[in-house]
Design a protein around this ligand. Structure first.
Ligand code: CO
Length: 133
């Protein structure tokens, strides 16, 4: 693990949340991106060296829609940047963690991503991400 890359926050209304987080952080989102395969629209804010990702569902069966139905808006995941996502996936699997996909997927912000099931991580959804170069 290299660093905490971003925190993901589930929101019901991305446009409203973009305006709110722009006021909160003092700068607008630097990127807005829809990942249709995952059923999410996302936006990214920089705060010093750190990032926040806001996520809105694009359809009712989106993981974000399910999360908000169950738990309401709020912190959805913690993303760790890794140098070699396949190696980290193999390592975590060997450590007994449950991965939500067998292969890395294309995520937002030019990343390969894989999620770790929150049942094995004290209720925290963990994202591994590797920059695509
Ligand atoms: Co994320």
């Amino acid at each position: 693990m290299l660093q905490i890359e971003h925190l993901g926050i589930a929101v019901a209304d991305l446009a409203a949340a973009n305006a709110l987080f722009a006021r909160l952080s003092g700068a607008p989102a630097y990127k807005v991106e829809t990942v249709e395969s995952e059923g999410v629209s996302t936006s990214f804010f920089k705060v010093g060296p750190n990032k926040l990702e806001l996520l809105e569902a694009t359809r009712p069966d989106s993981p974000i829609a399910k999360f908000i139905d169950k738990r309401g808006e709020g912190i959805h995941h913690v993303a760790f940047e890794v140098a070699d996502i396949r190696a980290e996936m193999a390592r975590l699997k060997a450590e007994g963690f449950t991965l939500l996909s067998e292969e890395p997927k294309r995520g937002a912000d030019n990343k390969l991503v894989c999620f770790v099931h929150p049942k094995g991580t004290n209720g925290v959804l963990v994202e591994l991400c590797q920059e695509i170069r």
